[in-house]
Design a protein around this ligand. Sequence first.
Ligand SMILES: [Zn+2]
Length: 109
Amino acid sequence: MSAAIQTCLNCGNLSFPSRLFCPECGQENFATVLVDHGDVAETTRLSDGTLLATLKIPGGPFVVGRVTGGTATYGDRLLLANHLNNDGVFAYLPLHSPVNEETTNEEQP
Ligand SMILES: [Zn+2]
């Protein structure tokens, strides 16, 4: 289980959602990398019961995902996925759009 996010081919900066230009170096050439997990920094329960989590990707950005399959609290390490058809507790991120990507590293079948 993993989620696709954008990496800068010049400096390696990770971004989610996708950027038109790298916020670190200003270049505009990107690829897709897969990240496995993020660490919960904060959670928010919506009025309809949906649990959102702000997660820190190690070496990367904070992302907001929907917690699926259970619950999570500060400090938990959650698996990340771009699809909802997984078992167990994980954070769902919508599939990123490949902006300015000439190549992709598709390691997932
Ligand atoms: Zn960069």
